[in-house]
Design a protein around this ligand. Structure first.
Ligand code: SAH
Length: 393
């Protein structure tokens, strides 16, 4: 099992999995479609009703409702991604991003002994652009992967986005099998003939030799939020504002709540107006990689986080850009390639804002039977592509 995670970086303070990262944010690259005022959305009505019936809700519950409520959640029925959407992600900016990740998976597959089969599992695949670009590389390097049985498994709660993913990946060449009541709610075959299945829950993905990919996924998982008070740490809840009708506000729990048991530390906090027009805009929390690393310790090894520009540089983005530029005579395509490169790599844009982080089996970093020779002095970790320069083995 190898897991590649890419996310915005949370401050490296000790925050429990279920506890709040210190900053909440809207997506970094916004198209400016955010609601300007506080319209009474169906989600706001639903939340007010819920809070009136059962009392203030935790921030985690607020995020869960706003993002993935089956009837009204932000992610469930809309396509918020891409140039016309609310925010744009790296795979939507440049094909090179997904291509380099495709190379990363092949490089890891080779380094871990070229298994005869593997599952590529993606959590929150958006429009399916990233996995589509990865699969194109698998086809292009078909001679390397020719004896390997590959299947794709997508974990996605959004009905709308799963339909878009299916269209991107299969072009509906073979009709899709749908079964809304089953844990595998959709099945199909990609353009290149690879079986692909959709799940709402990671636990339903079959056990098997797997590579996992989580791109801008951990950021959208619900988190609890805490604030330090003279009485100690108190959990932040969302309640109805008694002063203004149809408005929500943050309140502090008067006494300790069960989630407080998870706090190990906390560093500063900053509130954004995430209570305005719930259901119409994205909510994300910065990922705390140090917490991920600590939780994984002992079970798996971790690498990173490292800045996106370093990872992509190590993966050979400059060479790939040159190949694509040399192939194209079309000025608009060349300009798009260069602009995409700048967006991904520029430290002031996505280059330093986003990070890569990998979880790997211990033996992958210890060398084991894949160590090239006994006298090799560099730690084996240096051979994990992206975290050091890509070198085909
Ligand atoms: N990886 C994509 C999209 C990131 S947006 C990209 O980089 O372009 C987050 C994605 O996670 C969306 O596809 C959203 O529908 C999905 N998602 C959000 N919460 C989820 C959950 N709890 N389980 C599964 N998918 C979820």
């Amino acid at each position: 099992m190898n897991v590649l995670v890419r996310s915005g970086l949370g401050p490296l303070c000790a925050v429990a999995r279920a506890a709040i990262p210190s900053i909440w944010r809207g997506k970094y690259f916004s198209s400016g479609n955010e609601p300007a005022e506080n319209p009474v959305t169906p989600m706001l009505r639903h939340l007010i009703y819920k809070i009136k019936s059962t009392g203030p809700i935790t921030v985690a519950e607020y995020m869960k409702e706003v993002l993935t409520n089956p009837a009204k959640g932000y992610y469930v029925y809309r396509d918020m991604l891409g140039e016309k959407g609310d925010f744009i992600t790296s795979p939507e900016i440049s094909q090179i991003f997904g291509e380099l990740l495709g190379i990363w998976f092949i490089s890891e597959w080779m380094a871990t002994g070229k298994s005869t089969a593997f599952q590529l599992v993606e959590l929150g695949p958006g429009r399916g652009t990233l996995v589509g670009d990865i699969l194109r590389v698998f086809t292009q390097l078909g001679s390397v992967l020719k004896n390997c049985d590959i299947s794709v498994h997508l974990v996605e709660v959004s009905q709308k986005l799963s339909e878009i993913q299916a269209l991107t990946l299969t072009e509906e060449k073979v009709p899709l099998e749908r079964n809304a009541g089953s844990p595998v709610y959709m099945k199909g075959v990609t353009k290149s003939g690879i079986p692909v299945s959709w799940y709402r829950d990671l636990h339903d993905v079959p056990k098997g030799y797997s590579f996992y990919l989580a791109h801008e996924f951990f950021d959208v998982l619900p988190v609890h939020k805490f604030q330090k008070t003279p009485q100690g740490w108190r959990e932040v809840f969302v309640d109805i504002d008694p002063q203004v009708s149809d408005k929500l506000r943050f309140v502090l729990a008067p006494s300790a709540t069960p989630a407080e048991a998870f706090i190990q530390g906390f560093c500063g906090h900053k509130l954004h107006d995430v209570l305005i027009a719930p259901g119409t805009a994205d909510l994300t929390a910065d990922v705390d990689f140090s917490y991920l690393r600590r939780m994984a310790q002992g079970k798996v090894a971790s690498l990173g986080p490292i800045k996106q520009h370093t990872f992509l540089k190590n993966m050979g983005i400059d060479v790939r850009l040159k190949v694509l530029l040399d192939k194209s005579n079309e000025p608009s395509v060349r300009q798009q390639l260069l602009q995409g490169y700048d967006m991904l790599m520029n430290p002031k844009k996505m280059g330093e804002r986003f990070n890569f982080f990998a979880l790997l089996p211990h033996q992958r970093l210890q060398g084991g039977r894949h160590r090239r020779n006994a006298r090799q002095s560099k730690p084996f970790a240096s051979l994990v592509a992206g975290f050091s320069e890509l070198a085909w083995q």
